[in-house]
Design a protein around this ligand. Structure first.
Ligand code: PRT
Ligand code: ZN
Length: 297
């Protein structure tokens, strides 16, 4: 294949993942100009363009080499990879994008008592995820009939198509409204960036690495907190030992005080109440934890 010097990322055209995908890419410093047909966005700040498509088409587009990466639910990425079991996966799961959370569940009628997966033997189960469901049943050593539906799986019991379903759940409201209850989780899903980093040899390899570094930075920053505290010089060594971060802290002298210093440190994960209490016991005062996102907003 001829080398290309622009990278193409496929994202969902309209649906649950569209806005968050664009927002995250924008935060990573990518800006775009939309084509008239609204199917293509030309990358202005970097040579990275977007294709706007149905999410189900994204794994196939990567496989065909039409684009190098895409944002899909882990449910779509895994379903497609499992369905193509004989061929090597055409993409890797590169980054968990941290949005679009849901779970693929088995749900049974509310009035059915649940004693475990063996209960699914010989039953009809409606789903849009036959490969993931088939894999789950196999792991549970259960044989059941899989009825493939492309949408509105939750109404299958009412239509008499199947009494059990396997579908995505987020709030649980849809199951409840259809007198169903969740009994087993097959997959916890988030939106993921999938792509073909390993097989890229031209400029696209560098662009992909740049994109991954930037997304990683944005996602880390999303979870980051800035911890500010002050302490006496005497307590400083024991407070420093307890700081919940591997980043070096900044220290500032308080004006007019010889003894007290202010410390600030960026923490890339949650800071527990227990950690704060330990810092206080070591002599830290005026502790303040601020999400970095709020400070930038
Ligand atoms: O047109 P296109 O094919 O691109 O869109 P689509 O209709 O296939 O996808 P879309 O936009 O509905 O979902 C895209 C992705 O969002 C999915 O692949 C999941 O990774 C993720 N996601 C997160 C969800 C949900 N939450 C979700 N709740 N996808 C679907 N649902 C549906 C579910 O199927 C059920 O009908 O919402 C209903 C359940 O929601 P609750 O809140 O009532 O439990
Ligand atoms: Zn879809």
């Amino acid at each position: 294949m001829m080398g290309r010097d622009r990278l193409r990322i496929a994202i969902q055209k309209s649906g649950r993942l569209s806005a968050a995908s664009i927002e995250l890419l924008a935060r990573a410093g990518l800006s775009f100009r939309m084509s008239r047909d609204r199917l293509f966005c030309f990358g202005e700040s970097l040579p990275i363009d977007l294709l706007l498509v149905r999410d189900d088409d994204i794994p196939g587009l990567i496989q065909q080499g039409v684009c190098e990466a895409g944002v899909v639910g882990l449910n779509v990425a895994r379903e497609h990879a499992l369905a193509a079991k004989d061929s090597a996966p055409a993409y890797d799961e590169l980054i968990d994008m941290g949005f679009g959370g849901c779970r693929l569940c088995v749900a049974v009628p509310q009035d059915e008592q649940w004693d475990g997966p063996a209960q699914l033997a010989g039953r009809r189960i409606a789903t849009s995820y036959p490969a993931l469901l088939g894999d789950y049943l196999q792991r549970q050593n259960v044989e059941a009939e899989i009825v493939v539906l492309s949408g509105s799986v939750e109404i299958a019991p009412k239509l008499g198509t199947a009494e059990i379903i396997c579908d995505l759940v987020s709030s649980g409201g849809t199951l409840q409204a259809n007198q169903l209850k969740e009994v087993a989780i097959i997959l916890e899903s988030n939106a993921v960036l999938i792509g073909t980093r390993a097989s890229l040899a031209d400029e696209r390899r560098e662009l992909m690495d740049l994109l991954l570094r930037r997304l990683d930075g944005v996602l880390k920053m999303r979870e980051s907190k800035l911890l500010t505290l002050n302490t006496s010089r005497e307590s400083l060594p024991s407070v420093l030992k307890l700081l919940p971060s591997s980043d070096p802290p900044t220290s500032m002298q308080i004006a007019g005080s010889e003894d007290r210093v202010v410390l600030q440190v960026l923490c890339h994960q949650d800071i527990s109440w227990h950690q704060l209490e330990e810092l206080k016991r070591a002599g830290a005062g005026h502790l303040l934890v601020m999400p970095v996102e709020k400070m930038l907003a």
